[in-house]
Design a protein around this ligand. Structure first.
Ligand code: APR
Length: 308
């Protein structure tokens, strides 16, 4: 059977990290594209030259043509401009929406019908743009943020409690921004909610640190993170290609779930063959639901600023 093929649009920090992680995990062959001539080709060559010493057989191909992704089962979109210090994700709105429209139109032109994972920020809005431009069913267009946010949350909890991050199941809902909704009640260490392990003030502080986890890195590096994003995307790609039915927080189009309609926001989803198989419904307390709705309202407002 031929190996699965994953397209990655944008060979910058996040796209290249994701390609490298997919290759290292032997998940799929990767086609990585960028508008900059030579960039994807050079990075692909560098990655392929690790194959002997790292013992993996998958290949990365660099290209400037999205048409080379016509036979990809999953396409990850990281093309866009990242944040600089002092910038919000929303300030990237117009420029990145133009890039998403361009990429999705080209992808449509190839006749491909992959599952699309949008990573470009502001990611909930960009996922909505990709859905509208492609006209794909909502199962096939989703955004990666919740996995990254819950990874960050899990890291801070693991450090505080001195437990392995592997034993933490962290739940973060809402948009990938200031209105993100970390849920301590649904965040557990070997099944024990952190609300039973830590006082409320500490749970609140950990939630704030997870929400601001991106900007903490931007302030150090003067650009946004790429390794934890790359790793989070790769886990979603694996869940889809291997039909794992993993339950992961994803930016998903909601059609009535949680009382929300016609908006993309982070919620737990069952991920497998074909993308989102089910939006999982958590029994939220009134304040948790209100926070999710507030987050969705911000995404809707930003979508309203765009001409779609
Ligand atoms: N088609 C293909 N590639 C494009 C296009 C386009 N239309 N427009 C821009 N790019 C490429 C750039 O040339 C660049 O190589 O996208 C790449 C983006 O890479 P970086 O600038 O390194 O940004 P990165 O850190 O990877 O972040 C990409 O992901 O996490 C989000 O906020 C982040 O929106 C940003 C995106």
């Amino acid at each position: 059977m031929p190996r699965p093929k994953v397209g990655i649009v944008g060979a910058g920090n996040v796209g290249a990290a994701c390609a490298f992680i997919l290759q290292k995990r032997n998940v799929a062959d990767v086609v990585m594209s960028d508008i900059v001539q030579g960039l994807p080709q050079g990075k692909a060559l560098d990655m392929n030259q690790c194959r002997q010493v790292d013992h993996h057989s998958t290949r990365v191909t660099g290209t400037n043509e999205i048409s080379d992704m016509r036979d990809c089962q999953v396409v990850v979109i990281t093309a866009g401009v990242p944040r600089k210090p002092g910038m919000t994700r929303e300030q990237l709105l117009d420029v990145n929406a133009g890039i998403i429209k361009d990429v999705c139109s080209k992808l449509l032109g190839t006749g491909a019908k992959p599952v699309i994972i949008v990573v470009t920020n502001p990611l909930d809005v960009m996922t909505y743009v990709a859905l509208k431009i492609t006209g794909f069913p909502r199962a096939r267009v989703l955004g990666m943020a919740g996995m990254l946010d819950s990874n960050r949350y899990a890291h801070f909890i693991a450090e505080r409690l001195q437990v392995s991050p592997r034993d933490i199941s962290a739940m973060v809902l809402g948009s990938h921004g200031d209105t993100m909704v970390p849920l301590p009640r649904f965040t557990t260490v070997a099944g024990i909610p952190i609300t039973e392990l830590l006082p409320k003030e500490e749970c609140d502080q950990l939630a704030i640190r997870a929400r601001d986890g991106g900007i903490e890195i931007v302030n150090f590096l003067k650009t946004s993170a790429w390794l934890a994003p790359g790793s989070s995307i790769a886990s979603m790609v694996e869940a889809i290609l291997n039909d794992e039915n993993r339950v992961m927080p994803c930016a998903a189009y909601l059609d009535g779930e949680y009382g929300l309609t016609d908006v993309v926001v982070g919620v737990p989803c069952k991920l497998g063959d074909g993308g989102i198989k089910e939006v999982m419904k958590l029994k939220l307390l009134p304040d948790e639901l209100a926070a999710l709705k507030k987050s969705a309202a911000v995404v809707k407002e930003n979508c309203g600023l765009l001409k779609l």
